[in-house]
Design a protein around this ligand. Structure first.
Ligand SMILES: Cc1cc2nc3c(=O)[nH]c(=O)nc-3n(C[C@H](O)[C@H](O)[C@H](O)COP(=O)(O)OP(=O)(O)OC[C@H]3O[C@@H](n4cnc5c(N)ncnc54)[C@H](O)[C@@H]3O)c2cc1C
Length: 474
């Protein structure tokens, strides 16, 4: 019997493209991976990719070439497109644990040299100044609630309470705020990401797309070579936008979280999927077996399937056969966190000031509500001026973290277990905690027998989160 061997292909010795070819060749070659790699040169790898990946469309080979790319000083609006790629990993500068300087905002090329550019700069400066001015009064309120301990330095004390006051201050930051993000993904994802960026309506994003293409071409020259702007993406998006923009304009109904659709017979389908997995019959037969089961029999099965779950366990995949569609509205700061949940299908609406804005109660407690509302009014005025004169995409840069955003989410039950546990935890931001608790409550009402196994933070309800953290949501 040949000896089992498990070993890494070193990214220090082999380029990402050579690693990809090494794996691809095992499909036809009897040689070991080491032997295949030893025969390869950069040129041979490039030729292979030109023939198989580009020529014959065997695109999955590019997934073995992994690239780590650092993005610095890109706007949070641009980050939305960068992070819009599901099959990738990201870590970004946090609005909760870091502070922003007064000048850290993007100046859009679209506004260069026109009077509106001055209004834009003044608005962003004003928002950043309001953010900086809010830090001390907000900190003073939090410091009263969480006083410095004996022997604790001021720096340590600030470190302990910082996220609590920055959580409220961040509402004043606009989407033009510059941030850093690290992205790890494979060349197939980058190829798609570059195409999307090059086809984007914002100049900044198109520039970033060109830079990503330039740096990734140095690492994986063949695999992203043909990533260009796509007329399909540009024309379809702008045609839909032109057709639908005027057709659908109602900003009145605030669906904070509304369950639009869910799997019928969810319990039966989940149990039948479990039977199916461990049996040999068809799914139709499994369903037929589950349907007549008594409550006790079903509970016993559910118990076997779900009761052993602990905090860090991943529940059975069979939960993915139960899905939910939610319409939601949340502040932009909360959306920025929710968008990171890659397993959901998400359709966000464009950034706008038309859905109103949230006001954290800490703002009022710190006595800075007048300044806060004045900053929001200025953002709204500049948003409308830019949306009318240029377009709503560019206007999105002045929309703050406080402004509301609508999001359509379709997710499965397995993902709700993860989302509700992670985002209802006491260390989650209250904007997202509110959503996670509300989602949990709706799920409990809809599918009580399945969701009773969910682990989530029971210490508070969504009403508590609202009452303790917000003066108003709109
Ligand atoms: C308290 C807190 C602080 C945070 N601070 C920051 C921060 O400062 N900066 C920042 O950038 N982010 C931060 N995040 C976001 C966090 O890192 C996650 O990106 C985000 O919560 C999405 O959740 P998830 O990673 O569990 O993945 P989801 O996308 O929700 O996926 C669900 C599950 O699928 C699996 N999965 C999905 N994709 C992959 C993958 N590529 N590889 C392996 N498994 C995968 C994992 O099991 C994952 O838990 C913070 C989150 C919390 C809760």
């Amino acid at each position: 019997m040949p000896k089992r061997e498990i070993y890494p292909l070193s990214a220090k010795d082999l380029t990402p493209e050579t690693i990809a070819v090494t794996f691809a060749k095992t499909s036809r070659s009897p040689l070991s991976f080491r032997e295949i790699a030893a025969e390869l040169t950069d040129e041979k790898s490039a030729q292979f990719h030109e023939k198989w990946v580009v020529g014959y469309g065997h695109a999955s080979v590019a997934e073995h070439a992994v690239l780590h790319i650092a993005f610095e000083n890109v706007s949070r609006l641009a980050i939305e497109t960068i992070e819009g790629n599901r099959l990738a990993s990201y870590t970004e500068k946090s609005t909760r644990y870091q502070k922003w300087d007064a000048d850290s905002f993007w100046r859009p090329t679209e506004l260069e040299g026109i009077p509106l550019g001055h209004d834009y700069n003044n608005t962003c400066r004003h928002l950043f100044q309001s953010y900086l001015d809010s830090l001390e009064p907000l900190k003073a309120v939090i410091a009263q609630r969480y006083p410095q301990k004996d022997g604790e330095t001021s720096a340590r004390h600030d470190g302990r309470i910082r996220s609590k006051y920055v959580d409220a201050a961040r509402y004043l930051l606009p989407a033009s705020a510059l941030a850093n993000v690290g992205m790890t993904a494979n060349a197939r994802v980058y190829e798609h990401a570059i195409r999307k960026m090059l086809s984007h309506p914002l100049h900044e994003v198109r520039e970033i797309g060109a830079e990503v293409k330039a740096v990734s071409t140095k690492i994986a020259p063949t695999l992203v070579k043909y990533a260009d702007e796509k007329p399909y993406m540009m024309e379809t998006n702008s045609a839909l936008e032109d057709t639908l923009d005027e057709m659908f304009k109602t900003a009145d109904n605030p669906a904070w979280l509304e369950l639009i659709e869910h799997t019928q017979e969810a319990e039966e389908k989940f149990l039948a999927a479990c039977l199916y997995r461990f049996g040999v019959g068809s799914f139709r037969e499994a369903l037929a077996q589950v349907r007549p089961m008594s409550r006790d029999q079903r509970d016993a099965l559910l118990n076997e399937a779900l009761s052993r779950l602990d905090r860090f366990d991943v529940p059975l995949r069979e939960l993915e056969h139960v899905t939910y569609t939610f319409d939601s509205m949340m502040d932009q700061g909360a959306y920025f966190e929710v968008k990171r949940h890659r397993m959901m299908s998400q359709t966000p609406q464009r950034l706008t000031t038309e859905l109103g804005y949230a006001t954290p109660s800490l703002i009022t407690a710190a006595g800075i509500e007048k300044e806060y509302h004045a900053a929001m009014a200025l953002a709204d005025k500049t948003y409308h001026a830019i949306a009318n004169e240029i377009n709503p995409h560019v206007a999105g840069y002045v929309v703050t973290n406080a402004h509301n955003r609508r999001l359509l989410m379709t997710l499965n039950l397995r993902d709700t277990f993860h989302f509700c546990r992670l985002r209802s935890a006491p260390n989650a931001h209250f904007g997202v905690r509110y959503l996670a608790h509300r989602m949990h409550e709706i799920l409990m009402e809809t599918h009580p027998t399945l969701t009773r196994y969910m682990l989530w933070d029971r210490a508070e309800t969504w009403e508590d989160v609202l009452e303790n953290n917000f003066d108003s949501l709109r």
